[in-house]
Every structure is written in C-alpha cells, then in structure tokens.
Design a protein around this ligand. Structure first.
Ligand SMILES: *[C@@H]1O[C@H](CO)[C@@H](O)[C@H](O)[C@H]1NC(C)=O
Ligand SMILES: *[C@@H]1O[C@H](CO)[C@@H](O)[C@H](O)[C@H]1NC(C)=O
Length: 245
C-alpha cells in the first residue's frame, strides 16, 4: 500500500515536472518598412508573458517564451510617440497603457490580431489571424516543428488600400492607416453578430466582411467566419509571427 502511494506521488511529481517544462518560443519579425511596437495579451486572468509590449525596428526579430497551456493574442502598434509629459501612445493598435508595455490591456480596434491557443502536454494547438477587430497591417503566423497540419496562416494583403470610406481610420495627413470592422464602425447587429444575428446561421458574411475575406481568405473576417480560418498543430516548439510578411 505504502509502495503504491509512493509510486503515485512520484508519477504525479514527474508529470508536473514534464508539463511544467513544456513551453513554446514565439518569435516576432518585423518586415515592415517602419518600426512597430508589438503587444502581447495573455487571456483568462493568467499572469502576463515576460513582456506585454516592446519596440521592434524594421528588419529586427525578438523571441519570448509562453508556458503551456497558454491562450492569448499578439498585434503590432504603429505610429507610436511619447508626448512631452512622457505618455506613450500609438496611431493604431494602441493599448491605452500610456507605456510601451500594455500591462494586460488589449489593442483598441482596429488592429490585425494573431490568436494562439497552446495546449498542455503537446496536445493540439489552435492559431489564426483575425480581422474581426479590423486591420492595421499585414501579418502571418507559422509554426516550426510540431505534428499535424501546421500550415502558415497569413494575411499578406494591405486591406487599407481597399478600405471603404466609412471604415477608414486616417492619419492627420489623410492617409489610411487602418481599416475598421463594420461592427466597430457602424455598430449594427448584422455586422456584430448580436441580437437577431447572434448565431453562425443568422449572421452570414456581409458586403463589408467580404472585403476583408477577399483580401485575406485565411483570416477571420467577422465573428462567425468559416472554420477555414482556424489552423492546428500539435506540440510546436516554435511560433513565428511576421509583420508585413
Ligand atoms: C454595404 O451594404 C450596405 C447596406 O445594403 C450599404 O449601405 C453600403 O453602401 C454597402 N457598402 C459597400 C462598401 O458595399
Ligand atoms: C477555405 O479556404 C480556401 C482558400 O484558403 C477557399 O478556396 C475555400 O473556398 C474556403 N472554404 C470556405 C468554406 O470558405
């Protein structure tokens, strides 16, 4: 009896040690012509990653580790400046922290998002590019290693170039710097999939979501986009997120 319970304790300790050791490395690469400021947000009230926001020069790469299981999102802020009072803010993707670190805040739409759900014990991960909160710059997410489908999900197109006037976010000089979702811009149930449109069956694509879908078929274009936009991979040790792939 004693031997059995000792064995069970040893097994529990071993599995704790093994699962605790599992992590995924997430590498960010900026292929955009300008500096971007990536933001990271860990979901479910869990502790945030080692950084929640940082500067990434054009051509630069940096990595951080996420302990599995982990669910969260990544995006890039553009046009960031620090004002005379020391407050940091960005033209797109701002997280309203007043600092380069987002400290648990998410992106204020519009922003292109990479969503990753890393399973415990090398189970099946899910990842996608989402334009449900609009678009600010092209982005892709790919895996290295891992088993299964493990395909790259990319939104390489510049949706800003085809963004209709009513969805445009413009800089002071009039240039289009981001494209809002129809839900954000027009706030109507058929675009937000709320009220009478709150199920996949009652919330079909709209003329607005189709603009995003046509530019980036692999990305989520609205809340109930087809299952097509979710990608899977098991036990991938590395994720690579590229801005302006
Ligand atoms: C989308 O459809 C709405 C409602 O029918 C219309 O008012 C709007 O002009 C259309 N927009 C585009 C970009 O096609
Ligand atoms: C799934 O995506 C492919 C391109 O990646 C597209 O050709 C196909 O129509 C999509 N399927 C659905 C149901 O949208």
């Amino acid at each position: 009896m004693k031997t059995l319970s000792l064995m069970i304790s040893c097994l529990a300790l071993a599995s704790l040690f093994l699962s605790g050791a599992q992590s995924a490395r997430i590498t960010f690469t900026n292929k955009c012509p300008n500096t971007v400021w990536p933001g990271t947000l860990t979901a479910d009230q869990k502790p945030q990653l080692s950084t929640t926001g940082f500067e990434l020069a054009s051509g630069a790469s940096t990595s951080l580790d996420a302990q599995a299981p982990w669910i969260g999102r990544f995006w890039a802020r553009t046009g960031c400046t620090t004002d005379t009072s020391g407050r940091f803010s960005c033209a797109t993707g701002d997280c309203a922290s007043g600092q380069v670190a987002c400290n648990g805040n998410g992106a204020i739409p519009p922003a292109s998002l990479v969503e990753i759900n890393i399973a415990a014990n090398s189970g099946q991960d899910f990842y996608d590019v989402s334009l449900v909160d609009g678009f600010n710059l092209p982005v892709s997410v790919s895996t290295e290693g891992g088993n299964g489908d493990c395909q790259t999900s990319s939104c390489p197109a510049n949706v800003n170039a085809v963004c209709p006037a009513e969805l445009q976010l413009k800089a002071a000089d009039g240039s289009v710097i981001a494209c809002k979702s129809a839900c954000t811009a027009l706030n109507q149930p058929q675009y937000c999939c709320t009220g009478d449109f709150s199920t996949p069956e009652t919330c079909p694509p709209t003329n607005y979501s189709l603009i995003f879908e046509n530019q980036c078929p692999q990305a989520y274009s609205y809340a109930y986009d087809d299952v097509n936009s979710t990608f899977t991979c098991s036990g991938a040790p590395n994720y690579v997120i590229t801005f302006c792939p």
